[in-house]
Write a protein that binds this ligand. Sequence first.
Ligand SMILES: [Zn+2]
Length: 211
Amino acid sequence: MFLSTIPRCLASPPLGWVNEIMNTNVFILVEGYVKDGGETVQSTVTLIQDGETNLIVDPGMTKDPFAIVNALTEHKLTPDDISFVIITHHHPDHTRHMGLFPKATLIDYSAKYEQDKWYDLPTGDYQITPHVKTMRTPGHTKEDITVLVSEVHTIEPNKLVTVGICHLWWYEGKEDDPTAQDMIALRESRKKVLGLIDYLIPGHGNFFKVA
Ligand SMILES: [Zn+2]
């Protein structure tokens, strides 16, 4: 699923990125769903490309066990090319395949994990690459984060947009969350996220516009 893919030159590139073509893209590798009253689930798996850095969000349960690898192949990537894996929360339908990427740093709501290193991220707010960061947004679980991807520029003509990826919504149109650990926190987190994004990628559905 295509969201964005045209190279963009930064007018004022930050130090270290001088003269590089910047290119912030977001692709849905696997579109999630929920069926049979929750007994059949597939996670929405997202690929973010920020410049030369490849990040995967929620490599979870998929009907086809090779779905994620096959989707990466279409982008001319292998699991070795993934530098970061981010999980929005710790439910297995969103973490099932997080071990698939041997070179990736794993990031969750409170830490990043590299080989045998465990680095705490006490606030849960973490700038991963120039255009990708995480933010603590409890509700579905207490350990939920939202991934924010800024300056995605080809979804709308002549407009840079911000995309949020999280499990505060299961899919477009789903107003409530019957399994939320804390509905009050979930509603507060939704308000916070809606104030920051233009498009949302939910836990088990396709992306949609929020404003
Ligand atoms: Zn889920």
